[in-house]
Design a binder for this molecule. Structure first.
Ligand code: 5AD
Length: 348
């Protein structure tokens, strides 16, 4: 039997491969292996979630960041970035608007902005929970200490997204300045899990210096850590970063990896990311058709959307906009999926 098909079948029964096998499976990507794994991934997702797609309202609360990640458009040293920070009132307003549009999960994402102390964030989380009955709050605010993660959890935060970025230490060091620590990143993920958050990790596909073995290690890490969510999207260069001349990651490889991750963990919450929609006009649909089951439309105030430029040409209007949910619903319906209005917790 064809080696790729054999590995896909093995993954689909064992939910596990060795790191070498993951690497082999990536190397053996072909039209044939892609269509086979897509079929298996869609079946696995269907057995847990039917044809439901969950939506999250994404609110980009600040593009101020103390970090200087080499790939990121809102890195500290980017002097061309027009900085902003939303007020607590503005954030609550976004949630209330999102609630009326049907959103039941709000994702507060931002750079590591020291203005957002525990007190300020706890107050915001409580106000969201009070104003938006039955909603879930997801935070995506980078590295904080254990006490802080606990305070935010006790205030009502349900989920935390912290992409691990790469599970290979030497690769991590090529993407980040010395002030950032690989070890610390993974400790944060462990801490979040221990506290009781639903936790998401993730990485960029095609980031500079990434090898097939690095991706295989990411997959092995995902298998072992068993996150509730996993965000992956292609790397896209930003003109004001050191990586401006590196090529974008491949949408096709991203979709193939979405299928692999779905087979590793059939109940995982897997977004078809904005970056995937940015490199390819039908990226989001292809993501869903490869095994993703989450879409995160942008709920930030329109006046700041263009300022949260993690990479060049990042989408924020059209189907990316929370206000255009009807369009998105129609597009999903056309490919056989239904957008649902509920918290969309992981099915256990
Ligand atoms: N291309 C794609 N994704 C990026 N991110 C940051 N910069 C880029 C880029 N240039 C991703 C990182 C980060 C998330 C918020 O956005 O993985 O964790």
């Amino acid at each position: 039997m064809n080696e790729a098909i054999r590995l896909i079948n093995k993954l689909n029964t064992d939910r596990s491969l060795t790191q070498d096998e993951y690497a082999k499976l990536i190397e053996l990507r072909s039209p044939e292996s892609t269509s086979y794994i897509t079929e298996k991934a869609v079946a696995a997702r269907k057995s847990v979630y039917g044809n439901k797609v969950f939506i999250r309202g994404l609110i980009e609360i600040s593009n101020i960041c103390k970090n200087d990640c080499y790939y990121c458009g809102i890195r500290k040293s980017n002097k061309n970035c027009d900085r902003y920070r939303l007020t607590a009132d503005e954030i609550i307003e976004c949630c209330i608007e999102g609630y009326s549009l049907g959103f039941r999960t709000f994702v507060l994402q931002g750079g590591e902005d020291s203005h957002f102390s525990d007190d300020i964030l706890c107050d915001i989380i409580r106000r969201i929970k009070l104003n938006c009955h039955g909603c879930a709050v997801t935070l995506s605010l980078g590295e904080r200490n254990e006490e802080s993660y606990r305070n935010l959890f006790e205030a009502g935060a349900d989920r935390y997204l912290l992409r691990h970025e790469t599970a290979t230490e030497s690769h991590y060091q090529k993407l980040h300045p010395d002030s950032m620590s690989f070890k610390k990143r993974f400790e944060c993920l462990e801490t979040l899990k221990k506290i009781g958050y639903q936790v998401g990790c993730g990485f960029m596909v095609g980031s500079p210096f990434q090898t097939v073995y690095d991706i295989a290690r990411d997959l092995k890490f995902i298998e072992e850590f068993s996150p509730d969510m996993c965000g992956i999207g292609p790397f896209i260069p930003h003109k004001d970063t050191d990586f401006k001349d590196y090529p974008s990651g491949s949408a096709e490889l991203t979709c193939y990896l979405l299928s692999i991750i779905r087979l590793i963990k059939p109940n995982i919450l897997l977004p078809a990311t904005t970056a995937l929609g940015t490199v390819n006009s039908d990226g989001r649909e292809n993501g869903i058709l490869s095994g993703a089951n989450v879409i995160m439309p942008n709920l930030s105030p329109k006046s700041v959307r263009k300022k949260y430029m993690l990479y060049d040409n990042k989408l924020s209007d059209g189907d990316e906009s929370a206000q255009n949910l009807e369009n998105l619903k129609n597009k999903m319906q056309k490919i056989g999926y239904e957008i649902v209005t509920d918290r969309g917790d992981i099915s256990k």
